[in-house]
Design a protein around this ligand. Sequence first.
Ligand code: CDT
Length: 321
Amino acid sequence: MPRLLTVAGAQLGPIQKSEPRASAVARMVRLMERAHQRGAELVVFPELALTTFFPRYYHADVAEADHWFEAAMPSNETAPLFAAAKRFGIGFHLGYAELTADKRRFNTAILVNPDGDIVLKYRKVHLPGHAEFDPKRTVQHLEKRYFEVGDLGFPVVRAPLGQLAGVNVGIMICNDRRWPEAWRVMGLQGVELVMLGYNTPSMNTSAAGFEAPHLRVFHSHLSVQAGAYQNATFAVAVAKGGSEDGYELFGHSIIVNPQGEIIAQAASWDDELIVADCNLDMCMLGRTTVFAFDKHRRPEAYARITAQVGATEPPVWSKPA
Ligand code: CDT
């Protein structure tokens, strides 16, 4: 019997600044119902799925942004998601801004099973953007202001999902997908399904230079497809899309197989489900051949990966005397 899991990516259209959480949650519950009708056993929602992508807004006092954060999970406002999971017998992945009891702030995502247990929690490690207001930018990207660097590493857990007794699942968030280190740390834990939510603007508005808009989607897909292939895992990469109060997010959610092929892709910038039957046995080909890590990896040659952060200049070549 193949190890089959039917997975849905639940892309969200824009969430305006004025849209209350209750409204976003109602949209998400509708997507869970439709996912269930289409046979999905797991629904993946985007990064910071309950609100607009608030790191574009500057608050001098960080605590003024706390209304964008969740101090409890579930809360009264998010409880309908947990109830829907139980009603439809479906697991879900949710990205949200987490405010801890001791006032620490993280960009977090969780995997919840149909019983309402939080099976896995991840806090974003690679925070893009900047910590201070940048007058040169047309849009701020203040993740470094509002969030601490995640302190949970890149955990993978073997958990029952759908009809399967155990699936190796991991979570990364948005910018993490661009970093091969994140994928490999999960690959080294035998991950079979990476869930990742993102909010990526269509334009790179950093003052550092022009980036052609069509390359933005290319780089996103390139990163997810390479990460999945090189670590022999499925990946579900789910976006918010469309214009949030005039700021465009590029959508293009995808599900990718362990060969790096896109097997489902969103075609709108609205609330949209993409669904794929994932045969997890497909992970075996890569991990027993080209990417049989135990046979082929050479960690003794990789010391720089953990010893060094920034790039250094190489030695200058000179002609032997
Ligand atoms: N949310 C998030 O991490 N967004 C970033 C934008 C960075 S611009 C290259 C991302 O990597 O998509």
